[in-house]
Ligand binder design. Structure first.
Ligand code: TXA
Ligand code: MG
Length: 333
């Protein structure tokens, strides 16, 4: 259903809320990516999320709430850091992991003792939370290990026929998933970099610890969804410091290549020989623009059937951290 992004039509929100009340799955836009929502208190509905996505049962879901007040009912401890961060960044793309109360069903947390909480800023998500009156468990609305969806079309590509409804308000603005910060241990730990940066968080609560991406599986994951291989397109993706040479070589060896170019390079590639073997995508040169476009461009390259994706190396600066994180996961095979 098409819904107005700034001023969602109340009758459409009512219909979506009714489906959720009945135990249905409704995909909805957030300011980051589309989420696949279910009533977080309805264990059968939440089981439906795991089934529709093919998601391992030990990978916990983010619970979306209207505000900090609602979050406090789900967390058994609400430290000062949570209060300050919620005050500063909610509603918005920051997820806080806290010890949970018994109000949160086991299935939502993967059986663990913590719960991930986030109050989204998107008007459609907010209208839905206000109308239902219950929290929404909502992972990204894609099949497990696929790219996250930034449009309703992406949602339907993966989940059509398995969900009750998609609220379609066009492309999401943020483009990559929320920052996930654990406040459940002795020190705050950044589990997933995102649109709210490390520095922005430290400016509010002081030093936090950055969890490294684990590319091997010998160490148990503190956050099961943080497997290195994640957020990946179908084509083999490589980050390169010498893209023109790599692209030229790949095209020469018969690959169909998509190139996410950051630097406007002098391109010397023989693109003759009938079928179009190279698609060059000029990416925005600022981090926010790049993040917003990234998954949509990767979805398009997959749809074009490229066999290889080459990505220009990204700046080392902190504002690019979340994007480097997603691309390094996408490039692990
Ligand atoms: O921007 C977002 O966060 C989007 C929108 C829809 O809100 N949601 C999203 O959800 O990306 P999902 O399920 O695709 O990713 C949630 C991540 C997973 O890596 C999961 O393992 C982690 O958060 N997570 C959830 N609950 C956790 C917990 N209790 N402890 C540690 N990590 C947790
Ligand atoms: Mg996801």
């Amino acid at each position: 259903m098409r819904v107005n992004a700034e001023a969602p039509e109340p009758d459409l929100i009512d219909r979506a809320a009714e489906l959720l009340r009945l135990g249905g799955l409704v995909a909805f836009p957030t300011e980051t990516v589309y989420g696949l929502g279910a009533n977080a208190f309805d264990t059968d509905a939440v089981a439906g999320i795991f089934k529709a996505k093919g998601r391992p049962a030990n990978n916990p879901l983010i619970v979306h709430v209207a505000d900090a007040e609602s979050a406090m009912h789900l967390a058994s401890n609400w430290p000062d850091a949570a209060a300050t961060l919620a005050e500063r960044f909610w509603p918005g793309p920051l997820t806080l992991v806290l010890p949970r109360t018994s109000a949160v069903p086991d299935i939502v947390t993967g059986g663990g003792g913590t719960v991930a909480l986030r109050s989204p800023a998107h008007p459609v998500a907010r209208a839905l939370l206000e109308r239902t009156g219950f929290p929404l468990a909502a992972p990204s609305a894609n099949l497990s290990e696929h790219l996250s969806p930034t449009t309703a079309e992406h949602v339907l590509q993966d989940l059509d026929g398995h969900i009750a409804m998609v609220l379609d308000s066009g492309a999401t603005s943020g483009g990559i998933e929320s920052t996930v910060l654990a406040l459940s241990g002795p020190v705050p730990v950044l589990l997933r970099p995102g649109l709210i940066s490390h520095t922005e968080i430290e400016a509010v609560i002081g030093p936090i610890v950055r969890m490294q991406v684990q590319s091997d599986s010998t160490t148990p994951a503190p956050s099961p969804g943080m497997n290195a291989r994640h957020y990946a397109p179908r084509a083999l993706l490589q980050i390169s410091e010498s893209s023109p040479e790599l692209v030229t070589a790949l095209v020469g060896s018969g690959e169909r290549v998509g190139w996410l170019a950051l630097h406007t390079a002098a391109v010397v590639v023989d693109n003759s020989g009938g079928s179009r073997r190279l698609v060059i995508v000029q990416m925005p040169q600022n981090a926010a623009g790049y993040a917003s476009a990234l998954y949509a461009r990767l979805h398009e390259l997959d749809a074009l059937g490229v066999t290889r994706i080459v990505v220009d190396n990204l700046p080392e600066s902190e504002e690019w951290m979340a994007i480097r994180d997603r691309l390094s996961r996408a490039s692990t095979h």
